[in-house]
Design a binder for this molecule. Structure first.
Ligand code: HCR
Length: 384
């Protein structure tokens, strides 16, 4: 039955929400949705999913040759997908609509040093509000690994599903034993949000994403039910030496939210990844002196809205959300009157990323150029 997971009092607003998304394409995040589908978490917290298994991120820095590093990067990447795309279903029963970050919203965090893996630091900044663009930097200094990226989304509606094209890419930088910095361009899969009719949305990944370094090109294909294995959340990854590089191909197949195996190449038949075990949440940190959270830090900024959503007090949530939005509008008006613009704290926008321009042709990505937000390297403070 339509809307069977929707509270009876919200069925008509769910139907109108679905009608409006069906006739709309662009920025879904700013649309008003019925309370049952709201998440109390802002999109600025999502980059933490990149490091829910910090030891896998750290392991990239321990590899001694390009082939092992490329395989370890792939293993870490696949292991992030479960958190990125299924964790709201696990914790809240379905995919939800996250809080739409304000310009300049910040999130700082860390995963502490355990068992010699080194500390990993996280920094996130909302670098645009319209359209929403979130930039992030994740670094394990002691292992010489840094991930810098940004993401935005373009949404459309097709065959009863929301299709989300992810805009943006990440660059992973790894210090090799010879002291060189090896770079990887990571592109992002397309999402299909299904289950809308029933009021219990969930995500399936689709199409292809890439991980490209000067030594290896990895093509990852995503399928849902009825493809490779007939199961949801299937993927197949082919890792190939870049032109002119000698090495072996590796083929891996499985389910990104559970396990996968090598199905071709020198390790044929061996296990590849397993994310059924424990994950590790980020420890949120305050960015002000003394570890306090500033007014723009996501958990402080949205605290009353988030509490309202968690407590089912949607009147308070909506009143507090309007306060934040009105304050933002006023800020933009003041800036316009003063002839100034908002200054980003940690990132600088560039029209074309030289790393993407250099590496994307190896996977024949079109167009071979993309903008980027470079990280200003002013975090973490040395005392952390
Ligand atoms: C599409 C989405 C906002 C963007 C979220 C992204 C793409 C953000 C970057 C992360 O690395 C990965 C990620 C995971 C989320 O699944 C994805 C969100 C899912 C829903 C949300 C829409 C704006 C809200 C749609 C409203 C529905 C649930 C009715």
């Amino acid at each position: 039955q339509a809307g069977e997971a929707v509270p009876a009092a919200q069925r008509s607003s769910w139907t109108s929400f679905l009608k409006s998304i069906a006739s709309f394409s662009g920025d879904l995040s700013s649309m008003t949705a019925p309370p049952f589908i709201l998440s109390p978490v802002s999109l600025t917290e999502f980059p933490a999913y990149w490091c829910e298994r910090p030891e896998l991120f750290a392991a990239i820095g321990d590899q001694h040759n390009p082939e092992d590093r490329a395989l370890t990067v792939l293993k870490w990447f696949i292991s992030t997908l479960k958190g990125q795309y299924t964790s709201r279903n696990e914790s809240m029963g379905s995919e939800k609509k996250p809080l739409n970050p304000v310009l300049g919203e910040l999130f700082y965090g860390k995963w502490p040093d355990l068992n010699g893996r080194g500390q990993t630091d996280l920094l996130v900044e909302q670098v645009s509000h319209h359209p929403p663009i979130t930039a992030y930097a994740i670094e394990n200094k002691s292992k010489g690994i840094k991930l810098v990226g940004h993401n935005a989304q373009k949404t459309s509606f097709s065959g009863g599903s929301i299709i989300v094209k992810q805009i943006g890419h990440a660059v992973l930088m790894v210090k090799t034993p010879s002291g060189e910095t090896e770079e990887y361009v990571i592109t992002l899969p397309r999402l299909r949000i299904d289950g809308l009719w029933y009021g219990s949305p969930y995500i399936e990944l689709a199409e292809t994403s890439y991980i490209i370094s000067k030594s290896y090109v990895c093509t990852i294909e995503y399928k849902g039910k009825g493809y490779f294995s007939g199961k949801s959340h299937s993927f197949k990854a082919v890792l190939t030496p870049a032109p002119g590089v000698s090495g072996k191909d590796h083929v891996i197949e499985g389910l990104w939210h559970t396990t996968s195996k090598f199905i071709g190449g020198p390790r044929n038949g061996k296990d590849f990844h397993d994310v059924t075990g424990k994950k590790e949440e980020v420890t949120a940190l305050g960015g002000e002196s003394g570890g306090e959270m500033g007014e723009f830090e996501t958990r402080k900024l949205w605290s009353l809205v988030a509490k309202g959503i968690r407590d089912g007090d949607f009147e308070t949530a909506s009143r507090e959300k309007s306060k934040i939005e009105n304050e933002q509008r006023q800020r933009r008006r003041d800036e316009a009157a003063a002839g100034t613009t908002w200054q980003l704290k940690h990132f600088t926008h560039i029209n074309s990323d030289p790393v993407f321009e250099r590496l994307s042709p190896l996977a024949k990505i079109v167009p071979p150029t993309e903008d980027f937000y470079t990280f200003n390297e002013n975090w973490p403070p040395t005392s952390r």
